[in-house]
Write a protein that binds this ligand. Structure first.
Ligand code: GDP
Ligand code: ADP
Length: 211
């Protein structure tokens, strides 16, 4: 059984313009997959209604964020829509060393930095909205951001989408169930990549020895 064979954990990176649906997809994927854990970022952005400390983000003030930067506590960090966002280093390193997979919801800058640190371990997926109108509707339907925040995110969408070609996989998120099925397929296929299965070589050797 392939489950018994040791392998390195992967970093599954999801990016999209704000509102395309990556948070929704990430939550669903985490519910259905025990081998995957979320990298919870720190942010200086204020919490939205319903967001929980330690589940959605660690909400920190600007000074604390700068302090963490100076302590090298982030695997990567970036400024997005005037706020700072950063990936705490330790939980990711611990999970990967235990062969667990880690899911990241980061922008194109974060994806570039993670690839720069560990290209072999990164599998990246870009999520596109089916249309500009759908994106705007989703941003408004979320109804948790003020109008000027929605406008800023619509304006930022083209900038984020410019980077779609840097990603391994691209999913047009028309229907959540369909997109989720694609994401699960990516995860399943990437888990059985030969070079990710560190235990496959000794396994094959012992198999051959028993023949
Ligand atoms: N580089 C980087 N980007 C992040 C991090 N956490 C969140 N982001 C990105 O910051 C952007 C804004 O996130 P957020 O304010 O939660 O709004 P959302 O786009 O509607 O989910 C999104 O593109 C996220 O992917 C992080 O730790 N590092
Ligand atoms: N495939 C989809 N079809 C319709 N609405 C969607 C779809 N995916 C997400 N949404 C909705 O769009 C809004 C933005 O989704 P969210 O996951 O918060 O996006 P992101 O994390 O990319 O900013 C939410 O209200 C969510 O319920």
């Amino acid at each position: 059984m392939s489950e018994e064979i040791a392998r390195r954990g992967m970093m599954l990176v999801l990016s999209s313009p704000s509102g395309a649906g990556k948070t929704t997809l990430a939550r669903r994927l985490l519910e259905d997959d025990d081998g995957l854990e979320m990298s919870i970022s720190c942010t200086t952005r204020p919490p939205r209604p319903g967001e929980q400390e330690g589940r959605d983000y660690f909400f920190v003030d600007h000074d604390r964020f700068i302090e963490m930067q100076s302590q090298d506590a982030f695997l990567e960090w970036a400024v997005v829509f005037d706020n700072r966002y950063g990936t705490p280093r330790k939980p990711v390193e611990d999970a990967l060393s235990m062969g667990r997979d880690v899911l990241f919801d980061v922008d194109w800058q974060g994806a570039q930095k993670l690839r720069g640190n560990a290209a072999r371990d990164v599998v990246s997926v870009f999520v596109l909205p089916p249309s500009a109108r759908a994106l705007e509707e989703r941003l408004r339907q979320r109804a948790q951001d003020h109008e000027d925040v929605v406008k800023k995110r619509m304006q930022g969408a083209s900038n984020e989408i410019q980077h779609w070609e840097e990603y391994d996989y691209v999913i047009v998120n028309s229907d959540v169930e369909r997109s989720l099925a694609f994401l699960k397929a990516v995860l399943a296929a990437e888990r059985v990549r030969r070079d990710r299965q560190t235990g496959i070589d000794p396994f094959v050797k012992s198999l051959l020895a028993d023949l």
